[in-house]
Design a protein around this ligand. Structure first.
Ligand code: PRX
Length: 645
C-alpha cells in the first residue's frame, strides 16, 4: 500500500483526520507517579523485550497463573501450522478457572457480579453464589442429555443468567455460541444451524431505552427452521408475556429447581474447544471463530493482570455486551479469572438519564472503565457538564476498544473522565485474537489515538502485501508474526476458511485485515479495515451480509454497500441498489428496504441512506468495486480503475 492510498484510508476512516493523527503522534502523555508506583509491571519496554527474547518461556510462565488438572508436556506444537496447538498434554477448564478455583478461598464471599437494569433492579452474586447457580444449570443440562462437545446457543441480554449459562456450558465441556441479542431471527437461525446447537438459552425479554424487547418470539421464529434444537431454556427477566410451548420450552427456574448445587467439572484437554463466536466475514455467511480451554484463558488472564493491572478490590466495568468477544473476555471470563467484581448493565449507558454511565461509575465505585469510542464520542457530544457533575475518585484506569479512537475523543476521555491523571488504554484486538494484543500498560507513555505497542509476547508489525516491513510513517497491513495462546484455532466446520482468511494474504503471518502505520517511535496507529468490513459503533458487519439482506427483498436486483463516516458511530451504511423491473425507487421503498435489512440482520445494521442506481461499478469478473462507490461518495480520487468494466 502506498502512502497516498493510506492517506485516503485515513481520511475515510473513523480514526480522525490525518493531520490530527500525525499531530497526536508528536505529543507524549507520561503516566502519573501514583499509577507507576502501584503498577504490577513497572518497566514496559523491559517487559516487552524480555518476553520477545523467549516468547514460549513467557507464555509458559503466564499459563502457570491458571489452575491445571494435568500439566502440559509441550508448550507449542507447530507441526500442523498454522493450526497451532498450545500446552499439549495439559488439562484444565475455563469455567473452573473463573469460578471453582475461588471456592474455599477468601474470594468465595466476594461479589463476583453486580448487575443493574434500566428500571433500577440491582442484584449481587458472590463467587460462591455464582458457583451454585452454575452448578444447578450444569445438572439441569446434564439431565437434558447435554455432554462434552455439544453446542449450545445463547441469546440473552446482559444479565447474570447469561454468565451462568456460559459458565455451565464450559464446565460440562459443551461449546457455547453466544449470539448478540440485538440480532434478528434470521441471523440467529443461521448461527444456530451452522453450529447445530442442541439447546438455546434465552430470556422472556429485555429492556432497551424504556422499551420491553421480546426475545422469546425472536427465538421461536428462528428455531422453526433449526432441526438440531431440542429444547429452549427461558430465563424470566422482565416478566413480559411470551408464547410458551411446553413440548420444547423450559423455564430456567424449572430446569434448576431441586438440582444439586454441586457439580462435576469436566477435565478438558488444552486444545478442546471452549466456545464458538460468530463474526462477520467477507462472504454473507458469518465465521464461527473457535477458542479453546487452554490457550484462551492464558491470554485473557495475563492481559487482566498486566494491562488492567488488576488489584483485589477492583470493580471492573466493561460496557460491551456478552454477545461480542469483548464481553466474553472482559465482562465474564477475565474479571472472574482475576477474582474481582464485574458489572453487568442491561440497557444503554445513556438511559434512563443521559449521564447514567457516570452515575453508575459513582454508585458502584468503578475502578476500571472499559468502553468504546462510539460511546465516548456520544458522551462528548452531550457536553462536559454531564461528567463534571459526578465525583468519580474511584476510577483508576480507562479503556477503549472496538474501533479507532480519534485523538479528539481520546483527549476528551483523558481530560474529562481521567482528569489528566488516569491513563487511557486504547486496546487493539479482534474476536480472532481472544485478548488484547496491541495496548499500553498503565506505565506506558501514551499518544492520543494510538494503541501504542504490542503486548509482551505478541509480535505485531505493519507490512506491505509482499510481506516486507514498511518504513516508519508509511501505511501498510497489520499482521501478527508468531502464534499466541489465545489465538483462533479454526473456523467452525470450515478449516479451509481459516486458512484462506488469515494465512493466505501475506505468506507466513496472521493477516488481521486492518491497516495502519507505526510512527518513528514504533507506536501503532490502527486506522480501519482493508477488507469489505464495516465497523458500526464498534460492531463488525460484513458488506456481503448487508448486501445479501438487500437482495432478499423482492424489489432489489443488485446491491453494493459501503461505510460512510459518522461523527458518533464511526461508520454507518450507505447502500446502492439496482431495482428489478416494475419497482419504483421512491421514499416509501427506501423506508421499506431499511426496515427489511434491519429485520433481516438486526438493529446493528444502522443505515444512513439508500440510493437507487442503474448500474454498479464492477470488475471483469463481476465483483462490485465498493472502493469506487466509496471514493465517489466521499469525493475522493478514484485511484486505480483499470479493473473496472
Ligand atoms: O478493525 C479493528 C477494530 O475492530 C476489529 C475487530 O472487531 P471485533 O472482532 O468485532 O472485535 C472488537 C473488539 C475486540 C479490528 O480488526 N478494532 C478493535 N479495536 C481497535 C480497533 N481499531 C482500532 N483501534 C482499536 N483499539
Amino acid at each position: 500500500m502506498t502512502k497516498k492510498t493510506l492517506k485516503k484510508a485515513k481520511k475515510v476512516g473513523a480514526g480522525g483526520e490525518l493531520t490530527d493523527v500525525l499531530l497526536a503522534s508528536k505529543k507524549i502523555y507520561k503516566p502519573a507517579v501514583k499509577i507507576t508506583k502501584e503498577a504490577v509491571v513497572k518497566d514496559w519496554e523491559k517487559a516487552r523485550s524480555e518476553a520477545d527474547k523467549d516468547p514460549l518461556k513467557y507464555w509458559e510462565e503466564a499459563a502457570k497463573d491458571l489452575v491445571w488438572f494435568k500439566p502440559w508436556t509441550q508448550v507449542l506444537d507447530k507441526s500442523q501450522k498454522p493450526f497451532y496447538k498450545w500446552f499439549i498434554g495439559g488439562q484444565t477448564n475455563l469455567a473452573y478457572n473463573a469460578i471453582d478455583r475461588w471456592l474455599n478461598t477468601p474470594c468465595e464471599d466476594k461479589i463476583a457480579i453486580m448487575s443493574e437494569d434500566e428500571t433500577g433492579r440491582a442484584r449481587k452474586f458472590t463467587y460462591k453464589e455464582v458457583a451454585r447457580e452454575v452448578n444447578k444449570i450444569v445438572n439441569g443440562l446434564k439431565g437434558l442429555g447435554v455432554k462434552k462437545g455439544d453446542r449450545i446457543a445463547i441469546y440473552m441480554p446482559n444479565i447474570p443468567e447469561i454468565a451462568f449459562a456460559m459458565l455451565a456450558c464450559a464446565k460440562i465441556g459443551a461449546m457455547h455460541s453466544v449470539v448478540y441479542a440485538g440480532y434478528s431471527a434470521t441471523a440467529l437461525q443461521d448461527r444456530i444451524n451452522d453450529a447445530s446447537a442442541k439447546i438455546v438459552f434465552t430470556a422472556d425479554g429485555s429492556w432497551r431505552r424504556g422499551k420491553a424487547i421480546n426475545l422469546k418470539t425472536v427465538v421461536d421464529e428462528a428455531v422453526k427452521n433449526c432441526p438440531s434444537v431440542e429444547k429452549v431454556i427461558v430465563a424470566k427477566n422482565n416478566n413480559q408475556e411470551v408464547p410458551f410451548n411446553p413440548a420444547k420450552d423450559i423455564w430456567l427456574a424449572d430446569l434448576v429447581k431441586d438440582q444439586s448445587t454441586e457439580s462435576q467439572c469436566a477435565a478438558m484437554d488444552a486444545e478442546d474447544p471452549a466456545f464458538v463466536l460468530y463474526t462477520s466475514g467477507t462472504t454473507s455467511k458469518p465465521k464461527g471463530v473457535v477458542h479453546v480451554h487452554g490457550g484462551y484463558p492464558v491470554g485473557v488472564l495475563r492481559t487482566m493482570k498486566w494491562i488492567w493491572d488488576i488489584k483485589d478490590n477492583d470493580i471492573f466495568w466493561c460496557t460491551a455486551d456478552p454477545g461480542w468477544i469483548t464481553g466474553h473476555s472482559y465482562i465474564i471470563y477475565g474479571p472472574l479469572m482475576a477474582g474481582v467484581t464485574t458489572i453487568m448493565y442491561e440497557g444503554t449507558p445513556d438511559f434512563p438519564e443521559q449521564d447514567h454511565i457516570w452515575s453508575m461509575v459513582e454508585k458502584y465505585k468503578v475502578t476500571i472503565l472499559y468502553t468504546a469510542p462510539t460511546l465516548i464520542r456520544a458522551m462528548m457530544s452531550l457536553g462536559d457538564d454531564l461528567p463534571d457533575k459526578h465525583e468519580m475518585p474511584s476510577l483508576r484506569l480507562l479503556g477503549s476498544v472496538g474501533e479507532p479512537i480519534n485523538p479528539k475523543a481520546w483527549k476528551w476521555y483523558y481530560e474529562h473522565i481521567g482528569k489528566s491523571k488516569r491513563p487511557v488504554l486504547d486496546t487493539w484486538w479482534q474476536t480472532e485474537t481472544g485478548c488484547n494484543m496491541i495496548s499500553p500498560l498503565p506505565v506506558t507513555p501514551l499518544k492520543a489515538g494510538s494503541a501504542t505497542k504490542p503486548f509482551p509476547g505478541i509480535q505485531a508489525d505493519i507490512l506491505d502485501m509482499k510481506g516486507k516491513k514498511v518504513p516508519a510513517g508509511s501505511g501498510g497491513y497489520l499482521v501478527i508474526k508468531s502464534p499466541w495462546p489465545s489465538m483462533i484455532r479454526t473456523v467452525f466446520n470450515a478449516p479451509e476458511r481459516y486458512l484462506k482468511t488469515y494465512w493466505h494474504e501475506i505468506k507466513g503471518v496472521f493477516f488481521t485485515g486492518d491497516i495502519g502505520f507505526k510512527d518513528k517511535d514504533g507506536y501503532f496507529f490502527i486506522q480501519g479495515r482493508t477488507d469489505d468490513m464495516l465497523k458500526i459503533a464498534g460492531h463488525r458487519l460484513g458488506t456481503a451480509e448487508v448486501e445479501s439482506a438487500f437482495v432478499s427483498h423482492p424489489a432489489v436486483a443488485e446491491c453494493g454497500v459501503i461505510g460512510v463516516p459518522d461523527e458518533i458511530k464511526g461508520e454507518v451504511i450507505k447502500a446502492f441498489c439496482i431495482l428489478k423491473k416494475g419497482f419504483v425507487g421512491d421514499d416509501k421503498l427506501k423506508d421499506e428496504l431499511k426496515l427489511h435489512v434491519r429485520h433481516t440482520i438486526g438493529p446493528v445494521a444502522v443505515m444512513k441512506d439508500v440510493a437507487f442506481v442503474d448500474s454498479l461499478p464492477k470488475t471483469r469478473s463481476g465483483k462490485i468495486m465498493r472502493r469506487i462507490l466509496k471514493a465517489k461518495e466521499l469525493g475522493l480520487p478514484l485511484g486505480d480503475t483499470s479493473a473496472l468494466i
